[in-house]
Write a protein that binds this ligand. Structure first.
Ligand SMILES: Nc1nc2c(c(=O)[nH]1)N[C@H]1C(S)=C(S)[C@@H](COP(=O)(O)O)O[C@H]1N2
Ligand SMILES: [Mo]
Length: 533
């Protein structure tokens, strides 16, 4: 792991200053007096922990664990965090790989993935981002749903009074408690069955009302469909990579809280605390501890089950995600014609690459001849099948756009693309009424051999920013980035954008192509077919 000095200081210094200030205050003035317990009104103030609260607390714990573990796995697919949108190697503020990216040979973003032990990552090992994303998105539906119910019930009952401070006095009060903890003077426990101490209240408030919303809000800043529709959104944190970095830091916040929270539960009266958390009583019996251990076993079991399903039933998980995450999270984004463009000055100096450069004789011969003999074959369910040379395409029409590429792995980069709108091609070939999707076949092979391909529903193929690009950054498309022709679909993730295109087929349904999942990565790596987030 390597972190640059400035971000390290920015992260560590505030905490170090707080602890140093606490020590100084103790050394100079002694421990501050602790705030008195607030007056308790049995008719209006909360007493104990109702069942809904305990259930929500457990459900939250379960899905938070799944989210953190699958999130770390997603990070392992591109173990670098940047402050700039360009992702130039060497510019990362934090990285979890010792590799310095070589510039003298092809080194793809996929080469850069790191192994993550299944004890930490879900589903673990190397380049398992397809499955990790399914678990991440499935978990987030339940985590957010549960959180919404929890917050609604907090305010529907008097339980909100535990968490929400009603006076600024909370700040000096929490500071007094902090000076005690930081200097290892445990303050007397409050009657937590009725109220928390000031620091505890402020911390829980921060986790529920700041950290959790930040986790939810930073997520969509990484979605190509969302950010091409709302191009202002990723500018809120600064840019997409800052959004991604914040998403990671929020996760770190949750981990730090989890460790501190569990430690405090253990230190400040384990049996009583566990009875509060698990069965809602205020006694000293060990039953809460036992049932709590059962709860931890259930969470562990869920992790084992998710791991097993990812490795033994990946197709099933992929299909469940398609049936649930698809309609709930993707459909609202799919429907919109959106465009997000960047200025010429913002073009990235470096663009990561993925995929295997074609090795077939046919492609090599074309390449050696500068693709003069290249003919794009467009066939299938069309009235007017065509074969187009690059010149034919140039004559038909040319559209240019400066857009942001979002790879599923997390890296991004801005480039100019010039080429033929797929919508124009559709107009030319006249799809038959049965045609529902377009399949793009590559000269290149996929990671496990066999031709690389992917598909688009006809609706998205008609999007104004869906392009067959033969130009990148004002020059003919180079070998590494897909010469002679590649797809650009700006509201989708990079893996949909087939490079080195050989032919295009109009089909009724992608189920008949390859293994029927819609593309090579969908077939082989269980990626979701709709790639708007
Ligand atoms: N033929 C082919 N096209 C492909 C791939 C591939 O493996 N083979 N990888 C895809 C992925 S995962 C990404 S992120 C983009 C990368 O485009 P770039 O290399 O131009 O940055 O290409 C896509 N097109
Ligand atoms: Mo990608």
């Amino acid at each position: 792991m390597r972190i640059k000095r400035v971000p390290l200081l920015l992260l560590v210094l505030p905490f170090a200053i707080l602890v140093a200030a606490a020590y100084l205050q103790w050394a100079l003035f002694g421990l501050p007096p602790l705030p008195p317990a607030p007056p308790y009104n049995p008719t209006t103030d909360p007493s104990g922990f109702p069942a809904w609260l305990r259930v929500a607390h457990f459900v939250n714990f379960l899905f938070l664990v799944l989210l953190i573990r699958s999130g770390l796995q997603i990070l392992a697919d591109h173990p670098r965090l940047y402050s700039k949108i360009h992702c130039t190697p060497g510019s990362e503020w934090l990285r979890f790989t010792p590799v310095e990216v070589p510039r003298d040979r092809i080194y793809t973003a996929k080469d850069d993935c790191v192994y993550l032990t299944p004890w930490i990552g879900l589903p673990g090992r190397r380049h398992t981002i397809g499955m990790a994303r399914h678990w991440h998105f499935l978990s987030v539906l339940f985590w957010v749903g549960n959180g919404a119910i929890f917050v609604a019930l907090l305010f529907a009952t008097n339980q909100w009074k535990r968490l929400v401070p009603t006076s600024l006095q909370i700040v000096p009060d929490a500071w007094a408690v902090f000076v005690h903890y930081a200097t290892f003077h445990l303050p007397p426990e409050p009657e937590t069955y009725y109220h928390y101490n000031a620091l505890q209240q402020l911390t829980y408030f921060g986790v529920v009302f700041i950290l959790a919303p930040l986790a939810i809000l930073t997520g969509p800043s990484m979605s190509p469909a969302f950010t091409s529709r709302f191009s202002w959104y990723p500018k809120l944190p600064g840019n997409r990579q800052i959004g991604r970095s914040l998403h990671f830091l929020v996760m770190c916040g949750f981990v730090v809280f989890l460790i501190g929270h569990v430690a405090m539960v253990a230190i400040t009266g384990l049996a009583r605390n566990m009875n509060h958390i698990v069965i809602g009583t205020n006694g000293m019996s060990p039953i809460g501890i036992y049932l709590g251990l059962v709860g931890i076993a259930v969470v562990t079991g869920a992790c084992v089950l998710a791991y097993w399903a990812a490795w033994h039933k990946p197709r099933l998980v992929q299909h469940i995600a398609k049936a649930t995450v698809g309609p709930l999270m993707m459909s609202p984004l799919d429907r919109h014609e959106s465009r997000s463009e960047f200025s010429r000055e913002s073009i990235s100096p470096y663009m990561w690459a993925n995929g295997k450069v074609p090795t077939s004789d046919a492609w090599r011969a074309l390449s050696e001849n500068g693709f003069k003999d290249y003919r794009l074959r467009v066939f299938g369910l069309v009235e007017n099948p065509v074969e187009l040379s690059l010149d034919d395409m140039r004559e038909l029409d040319k559209t240019t756009q400066i857009t942001l590429h979002h790879c599923i792995q997390g890296w991004s980069g801005i480039a100019e693309w010039g080429g033929l709108q797929v919508a124009r091609l559709v107009q030319l070939v006249q799809p038959k009424a049965e045609a529902g999707a377009i399949v793009f076949y590559s000269f290149g092979e996929g990671g496990e051999g066999g031709p690389f391909y992917d598909s688009l529903p006809l609706s998205n193929a008609k999007h104004p920013q869906t392009l067959l690009a033969y130009e990148m950054n004002y020059e003919p498309l180079g070998t590494l980035h897909g010469a002679p022709l590649r797809l650009r679909v700006e509201n989708q993730l990079g893996f949909k954008m087939v490079k080195w295109i050989e032919a295009i087929e109009f089909v009724s349904d992608v189920g008949t192509v390859g293994e029927g999942e819609g593309g090579y990565n969908e077939d082989h790596e269980y990626f979701g077919e709709r790639a708007g987030i």
